[in-house]
Design a protein. Structure first.
Length: 279
C-alpha cells in the first residue's frame, strides 16, 4: 500500500492526497473491472434483475449475521448469496418456468426474509442504512486486498470459461451438444456474480447496485462491433464512471455510488445516440 500511496501523492489532484481517497481510488480500480466483466454476461443472458435479487439475498445474510452477533456480517452475506445463487440455478434447471419468473419469486422472498430478520424482536432498521446507500470512502486496506483476490479469481474464471459461458448463454442447446457442462458453468457464473454483488453492497449500496451490473454491458452493446470490443468497452466504461463518480462525490459531498450510477446513465445516453447516428 505504501507504493500506491506514494504514486497517489504525485498526482496533480489534491483530493487524492488524502488516505481515504487513495484507498477508495484503488478500490474503484479493482471493483470496476469486476462489474465490467460480469456485466456483459448479465446483459447477454438477460439476467439484469438476477443481480438485484442477489443483492436482496445478501442483505438477508447481513441481517442474519447481525442477529447472530457476528462482527463482520459480510461473510454470512457471501455464504447466503452463494446458497441463493446455487439454489436458483438448481431450480431453474429443474423447472419449466422462465428465468424472469423465478427471479421475481426469489427476489420477493429474499426481500421479505431480510426485512423479517432485520426487524425481528422489534429491532431497528436504521443500522442497515449503510448497506442500502453504501460508502466506498470507508473502504480499508484489508478489504482492498480481498477485492484484489476476488478480481484475480474472476479473471482466471473468465480466461478458462468465457467462450463456454458465452455459448451457454447464447445457445444452450448447442453448448450441451458439444459436451459443455451447462448447469455447472451457469452455476459457477451465478456464484461469481453473488460474490461480486455481496462484496460491493457495503460500498456501492443495495439501492443502486444493479445499475453498476447492467449499465456497462448495455453501453458496450450499443457501440461494440465484436465480442472483444464488447468486453473491453464494458470494462473501460465502468472504470471511467468509477473514477469520475469518485471525484464528483468528493467535490459535491454526495454518495459515490449514486454519482457513479448517474455517470453510467449519461454514458448510456451517449452510446445510444451514437448507435442511432450510425444507423
Amino acid at each position: 500500500m505504501d507504493i500506491w500511496y506514494s504514486i497517489c501523492d504525485t498526482l496533480p489532484f489534491d483530493m487524492f492526497h488524502w488516505t481515504f481517497m487513495q484507498n477508495a481510488l484503488l478500490a474503484v480500480l479493482l471493483i470496476a473491472p469486476l462489474f465490467g466483466l460480469t456485466s456483459t454476461m448479465v446483459v447477454t443472458g438477460r439476467m439484469s434483475f438476477f443481480s438485484d435479487a442477489l443483492g436482496h439475498s445478501a442483505f438477508t445474510g447481513i441481517a442474519i449475521g447481525a442477529i447472530c452477533g457476528i462482527a463482520n456480517p459480510t461473510w454470512t452475506a457471501v455464504l447466503f448469496a452463494i446458497f441463493f445463487a446455487v439454489l436458483f440455478s438448481f431450480i431453474r434447471s429443474k423447472s419449466n418456468h422462465t428465468a424472469d419468473t423465478l427471479i421475481g419469486i426469489f427476489s420477493s422472498t429474499a426481500v421479505a426474509l431480510g426485512i423479517f430478520v432485520a426487524t425481528l424482536g422489534g429491532g431497528s432498521f436504521t443500522k442497515y442504512n449503510k448497506y442500502l446507500i453504501g460508502d466506498i470512502l470507508s473502504v480499508t486496506p484489508k478489504e482492498i486486498a480481498l477485492l484484489a483476490v476476488v478480481l484475480t479469481c474472476v479473471v482466471v474464471f473468465w480466461i478458462l470459461y468465457a467462450n463456454r459461458l458465452t455459448l451457454c448463454v447464447i445457445h444452450p442447446q448447442l453448448a450441451s451438444s458439444r459436451g459443455i457442462a451447462l448447469n455447472f458453468t451457469q452455476t459457477c457464473f451465478t456464484v461469481a456474480i453473488a460474490v461480486v454483488v455481496t462484496l460491493a453492497i457495503s460500498w456501492v449500496g443495495l439501492l443502486i447496485l444493479n445499475s453498476l451490473l447492467v449499465f456497462p454491458g448495455v453501453i458496450a452493446r450499443n457501440v461494440a462491433k465484436n465480442l472483444k470490443q464488447y468486453h473491453l468497452i464494458s470494462i473501460v466504461s465502468a472504470l471511467l464512471a468509477g473514477i469520475a463518480g469518485l471525484c464528483v462525490s468528493f467535490i459535491l459531498g454526495t454518495s459515490a455510488g449514486a454519482a457513479i450510477s448517474l455517470i453510467l446513465a449519461a454514458l448510456f445516453v451517449f452510446s445510444f445516440l451514437l448507435r442511432k447516428a450510425r444507423i
